[in-house]
Design a protein around this ligand. Structure first.
Ligand SMILES: Nc1ncnc2c1ncn2[C@@H]1O[C@H](COP(=O)(O)OP(=O)(O)OP(=O)(O)O)[C@@H](O)[C@H]1O
Length: 582
């Protein structure tokens, strides 16, 4: 399998281009991993703006100017929540920390002040594609801005730097952290701007990259900690969509902006409907996806995420050929020109369905995506939030469906275990992935609550308004203790193992229920002590019992090659054994 997503690769030396990387550096989960014993810094939650910041923003002397710029330059009628607070803080020359979810309009919070003020705002961004898109979008509406990255020819870079010292300065300069760090000429240009009072602000986009609490700590971001020392009078804005309390604290201390105006929005995407569906087989899953699209979204745009390049191509082909749906695939294996073409066709509505790996998403700002379907499990719950976050950016209802099977869990775990990364990183990957498994297997708790919980945000499920499958399911929930059955299952598993035959999950389920299947007889399982000890359980309950034992780590799985190079997943005990000397 050519698994595409490789979340833990180090970043390329100068920005990121369209590889099969997730959209932006990997978000940080709400809690640091248990296997990483680091002293916790004191948690400093993001505080609401102080009264002087929130009250009477409309009386600010520049209020009419920013409102006019919002309408005339950006073509937008009103501000979204907290945008005005962030813009006023920037206009007042304050340091600002913006923690808003994806798609909430963070960019405007620095772009608008940059347009209103004289001088240059430097925007440090790790994603080349995102930078290009933003610069193009700004140029389209007549904003004077420029870009410097490692891909450009030296002559092009020199042209921009010359422009920076001229009268015809851009309002915004987008730059990769590497360019800011490496280029001596860049440094001297900044110094020149600073000395001439023309350096308006530093904006650190994806600011969680600066924090080593983030899993994808980016080396080139470290020197950004020098900005305050080198340019003490220049205010700094830090923006991120993914930071827990520790990361926020770390960013603020590293950038040395302790008195920044802190603005936070809820991560609840109220218009998204979350649903998990069992994945019975690949074919059944594609059938269901096709039926869902044909009945509910026949003329709408959507994204289907798959784990591997092969799967993307296969699913897109099946949707086209079997269901006559307008689908195309996208992954990092495509030539750059093909990537651009498919992305453009989808953005312009010529192609409705994109079947993609996580490579798809960087810099995508399509407002009317009506559904995001996961054919395969995402790597972490934070990634799931980010990937589903591409739906409904226009604020209108959108649907997120995640297909889940234990088979996908085991193959993902197997891949993680085979990964050549250091053991600790593999453990993180596993732990992050378990958050997804727990989310899928919890069919009681509000999905929205589970997602927000992951980001450390408390959410009252009553506010979900039945916009998730668990809240919609009104079947009364009863809880029963299955410990006795679990003990029987462990004893039976031990006894079955004495036959020397590897045991699959379905063997154990059949043995618990006392199945008379030929294969159980042939393998000699039926004669084992405890065979049929859970006859009272239905097939579904027995399967859930074993799943639960797998989730809780009582059992685990190992992959073994069978005949003809097929691999099967076998159960392995992972409960501690008590051994005593007699
Ligand atoms: N006040 C507004 N009114 C209407 N649309 C807006 C407003 N502010 C921003 N938008 C639109 O919202 C979309 C998302 O904005 P933006 O790209 O800044 O989000 P973001 O928070 O930076 O998201 P991400 O983290 O995904 O980059 C854009 O299409 C933008 O034009």
């Amino acid at each position: 399998m050519d698994a595409d997503e490789d979340y833990w690769d180090s970043f390329p030396s100068d920005g990121i281009d369209l590889t099969d990387e997730p959209d932006g550096p990997v978000p940080t989960p709400a809690t640091p991993p248990a296997t990483q014993p680091r002293p916790l810094p004191p948690i400093q939650a993001v505080s609401p703006p102080t009264p002087s910041e929130s009250a009477d923003l409309k009386t600010r002397p520049y209020y009419n100017q920013i409102l006019d710029t919002l309408k005339r330059v950006f073509g937008l009628p009103t501000f979204r929540p907290k945008q005005l607070d962030a813009i006023c803080a920037a206009m007042d020359g304050r340091d600002v920390f913006v923690l808003f979810p994806t798609g909430s309009g963070k960019s405007l919070t620095f772009q608008l002040p940059a347009v209103c003020q004289k001088g240059v705002t430097i925007v440090v961004s790790p994603l080349l594609s995102l930078m290009r898109d933003q610069v193009q979008a700004l140029q389209k509406i007549g904003v004077h801005c420029a870009l410097i990255n490692g891909d450009m020819k030296e002559s092009e870079r020199t042209k921009v730097k010359t422009q920076l010292r001229s009268r015809d300065k851009p309002n915004l300069l987008y730059v990769t952290p590497e360019q800011l760090q490496m280029s001596g000429y860049m440094q001297s240009t900044l110094q020149w701007l600073y000395e001439h009072g023309q350096l308006m602000r530093f904006v650190i986009d994806e600011a969680h990259c600066i924090s080593d609490w983030g899993r994808r700590f980016r080396d080139s971001y470290t020197h950004l900690t020098e900005l305050r020392k080198s340019y003490p009078k220049v205010p700094i804005s830090a923006l991120t969509a993914t930071a827990n309390a520790e990361v926020v604290h770390d960013i603020i201390s590293r950038l040395d902006i302790p008195n920044c105006v802190r603005l936070k929005l809820s991560f609840n995407r109220t218009n998204l409907d979350y649903e998990v569906r069992p994945k019975k087989s690949h074919k059944a899953c594609v059938d269901e996806i096709a039926a869902l699209i044909q009945t509910r979204f026949p003329t709408h745009t959507g994204i289907i995420y798959c784990h591997s390049r092969d799967k993307c191509e296969e699913v897109a082909k099946e949707l086209r050929e079997r269901y006559k749906l307008n689908a195309k695939h996208f992954h990092a294996g495509l030539a750059d020109c093909d990537k651009r073409r498919v992305q453009r066709e989808w953005s312009e509505g010529e192609v409705l369905i994109i079947v993609a790996t996580v490579a798809f998403g960087m810099g995508i700002d399509k407002a009317d995506v009506r559904y995001v379907i996961h054919h395969t499990l995402p790597a972490t719950l934070a990634n799931y939030y980010q990937e589903t976050g591409r739906a409904g950016r226009d604020g209108r209802p959108a649907h997120c469906v995640l297909f889940y099977s234990y088979g996908d869990v085991t193959s993902r775990l197997e891949m993680i275990r085979k990964d050549e990364k250091p053991e600790e990183e593999r453990r993180w990957m596993e732990e992050d992935f378990w958050s997804v498994v727990r989310y899928c297997s919890n069919d009681v708790r509000c999905r929205r609550q589970q997602v927000l919980d992951f980001f450390g945000e408390k959410f009252d499920p009553a506010l979900c308004r039945d916009l998730c499958d668990n809240c919609r399911d009104k079947t009364p929930v009863s809880s029963e203790d299955y410990t006795e059955d679990a003990i029987r299952a462990v004893a039976l598993f031990e006894n079955l193992s004495t036959t020397g035959t590897p045991i699959t999950k379905s063997h154990l389920v059949s043995a618990l229920r006392g199945s008379k299947l030929r294969t159980m007889v042939d393998k000699g399982f039926v004669n084992v002590d405890g065979y049929g000890s859970c006859k009272h359980l239905t097939q579904q309950l027995a399967e859930r019992l074993i799943d639960e034992m797998l989730f809780q780590g009582v059992l685990t799985t190992v992959q073994q090659k069978t005949y003809q190079d097929y691999t099967s997943s076998y159960l392995k005990a992972s409960y501690p054994r008590v051994r005593m000397k007699r």
